[in-house]
Design a protein around this ligand. Sequence first.
Ligand code: ZN
Ligand code: ZN
Length: 500
Amino acid sequence: MDTEERVGAFRAYLKRIDHYNSAVALLHWDKRTYIPRKGVDARSEALGMLASEAHRLTVSDEMKGFLEDLLPLSADLDPITARALEQRKKDFDRSVKIPVERHEEFMVLTSKAEAVWEEARAQSDFSLFAPYLSRIVDMMREFADYWGYERHPYDALLDPYEPGMTVAILDPLFGDFRVRTTELLRRIEAAAPIDSAFLHRRFDPHKQRRFSEYILREMGYDLEAGRLDETAHPFETTIAFGDVRVTTRFVSDFLNSAVFGTIHEGGHALYEQNIADDLRGTLLHRGISMGIHESQSRFWENIVGRSSEFWERYFAPLQEIFPDELGDVDAQRFYRAVNVVGPSHIRVEADELTYNLHIMIRYEIEKGLLQGDIQVRELPGLWREKMREYLGIEPENDTVGVLQDVHWSGGDFGYFPSYALGNMYAAQFTRALERDQPAWREAVRSGRLAEPKEWFVTHVHRHGSMLDPADVLRAATGEELSSSALMEYLTTKYTALYAL
Ligand code: ZN
Ligand code: ZN
């Protein structure tokens, strides 16, 4: 077979994997939205089987053959095929390093651990979950050794979420940022509080849906290539090319959930909807990393969605939907209310500023567990200590403390930093957007959201997985990762808002 035919066969093979992934994504979406309660067990089984079938294709002898034949020719191949080979090779190497039986043990352990975690959280009893978490941590340490790392075992876990990320990069980045954020928080706490009580009036969920659909359209989300549904935990999922779906949550006595949940997931969706067409079916037609993905959702949710320009334009349409509920509120008051800052216990409900402090706590704990400096039994105490130190409050129980997140029960170590990185990338992108389009905030004020959106399509979205995170950032901004843009943005915003 000549090279051209071999490349054709490789691309066809990638498409096959892509179709499997698509089926898994659709079944999973359905499981989280409309499945009848009694269908959940059978669906979970089907999902488990299909997902492992899809995974098997990525580590098969056939895949190995393609990599052996074509990787040496990469330099002469088209850039998309070359990148697809590189990505498959990375994935292949990582997967085959874990012995099959250890991988299976891990899957069994984590599926049990999630149920135990739920129970422990309901009873606020960390001791139920602790033995499972200890075993998960032991396995994570073992896996890190299999995968290999240069300096810190945690590096091996960071890479799949954020290629190229290491403790050596994160330690100084987060350390400095944390200190400055805490200082800013202390100043805000000493300032006069902002009234946001009206956000807790009763807002009809059906009307909330109307605003959610409206705002997605304004952002440039293509509803003919996606749809909006309702779930307890909002998410975005890419089913296939031309099918990028979002969900949101309608809470009748808190308007923010739907408004900002929708804008957030809409930001993720814009990324997935605007990847270059020629990456279709190559497994490169997806966002490159969790951090870059999160930068897109945070840009829309916070930098645009929580700006005064945005509400100068969009408060009127919101008020039109809720004439009684928001009749006595104006754009400025609304803008201030959706930017209230204060320490709280729950990460997913935290404001734009304190959110990052919640991430820092998890980062330090994960790093310590992997290194062996921290033991699982110490976590509840350590959690309280760090909450007190960073946020100045202590959880009354473990349900709203160390047991609040599902991630550890599934062995998802290394994921948390992406959220804070997303905020940092978003601020850096915004600074570059400002350089290229100095009037972009004016565009937002006039409802021309396509202007910032198109900048992101050009500089971030279209690349899909062709470039690594650091390269996307460098190409778009000319900069290396740094927290200075985010700190500057937060300081400027809250100094004005709270008259510091
Ligand atoms: Zn409804
Ligand atoms: Zn997100």
